[in-house]
Design a protein around this ligand. Structure first.
Ligand code: ASP
Length: 354
């Protein structure tokens, strides 16, 4: 009788181990690349507004999210630990290279990048242009540090892993998941300095939503990205200098000349309205263009497109219109595009397609 019982117990243990193994094996692999930001920030108390970004390691962040390891087998890598005001093209190149390596090795089904919110749109858009994979690449951050009352980081991270692990997120380009919303890298922009609902996707709208790990997808991005993008940063160690110059009433046009003198290969004007600027500034832009500097007219206005030849003659002045891109994303696109010499009409097409 005892031998029978022992055998039955042994069989139960074996069956349980096998089923646990099967579950473990069927869980998707997600790699978290940590860069810092408020999501890894810490303050002395839960209600203090001052804090330091990039204090907490990726392992500590994952351990603070109950249930996250049920969604995926997670591996964390620390790429940097900075507030995103200190994000650089050097770190972005490192991120792109690592994602391309993981994709080429088929090492995971999705990647999550923890990042500060200040420049998240630049990194997201940069990666959207240069990573060569259809697997989900999801940026996530938080507006409150990890030590705050009602910290938003843990649930954001949970949802980001749920999106990265979801086969339905494939082929939608680089995404950002925060406060239940899934944005495309192409559309998202930061709109509030402190509110938890800080990211918006004006005009084109959300890619979907993610609530407690349940995802709902609405659309695929219509611009070019990822495997369909013509851009590559293989072998690149730095990007050409592109400056952003802000337009306003009576702006000094000599800032544009100074930028050319300092060796900028491109200039983005954060124009008023439909990418406009005073006549003296337009003249300075035309001078820059004649010297081979690519000048893009974007806008300081929060939504809307900047069209060609609307209130100034781009054809005559030798300028490029940014269409959907705000100044900071225009700078990213122009920097990547100018990794090789290009004609003005080619740059214009790039701005219409990405
Ligand atoms: N300054 C912080 C950063 O961008 C703000 C944040 O993460 O929300 O790293």
């Amino acid at each position: 009788m005892n031998t029978y019982k022992n055998l039955r117990n042994l069989l139960t243990i074996v069956l349980m181990s096998v089923s646990m193994l099967v579950v473990a094996q069927t869980k998707p692999n997600v790699v978290i690349l940590a860069t810092g930001g408020t999501i890894a920030g810490a303050a002395a108390s839960g209600t203090q507004s001052g804090y330091t970004s990039g204090q907490v390691t990726i392992d500590a962040m994952v351990n603070a999210v109950p249930g996250i390891t049920n969604l995926a087998t997670i591996k964390g890598e620390q790429i940097s630990n900075v507030g995103s005001q200190d994000m650089s093209f050097e770190i972005m190149l490192k991120l792109a290279k690592r994602i391309n390596e993981l994709a080429a090795a088929k090492a995971c089904q999705g990647v999550v990048i923890t990042h500060g919110t200040d420049t998240m749109e630049e990194t997201a858009y940069f990666l959207n242009l240069v990573v060569k994979t259809d697997m989900p690449v999801v940026l996530v951050g938080s507006m409150r540090p990890s030590t705050a009352v009602s910290a938003d980081g843990p649930l954001n991270l949970y949802n980001a892993v749920a999106v990265a692990a979801d086969p339905n997120a494939k082929g939608r380009g680089v995404l950002l998941v925060m406060n239940d919303w899934i944005h495309s890298a192409q559309t998202l922009t930061k709109v509030s300095t402190t509110a938890v609902q800080t990211f918006m996707s004006p005009i084109r709208g959300l890619i979907g939503t993610s609530a407690y790990g349940t995802n709902d997808f609405y659309r695929y991005p219509d611009q070019k990205f990822g495997t369909k993008s013509e851009f590559s940063v293989d072998g690149a160690t730095k990007l050409p200098r592109v400056d952003i110059i802000y337009a306003d009433v009576d702006m000094p046009a000599d800032l544009i000349d100074a930028s050319v003198e300092r060796g900028a290969k491109g200039i983005v004007i954060a124009g008023v309205g439909n990418g406009n600027m005073p006549k003296v500034a337009l003249d300075a832009c035309a001078r820059a263009s004649k010297k081979g500097v690519v000048v893009v007219r974007s806008t300081r206005v929060a939504t809307g497109t900047v069209g060609r030849n609307v209130e100034c003659n781009d054809d005559e002045l030798g300028l490029v219109a940014s269409f959907n891109l705000n100044p900071q994303k225009s700078r990213v696109l122009l920097s990547v595009a100018l990794l090789k010499p290009r004609k003005l009409d080619e740059v214009q097409k790039i701005f219409m397609n990405y």
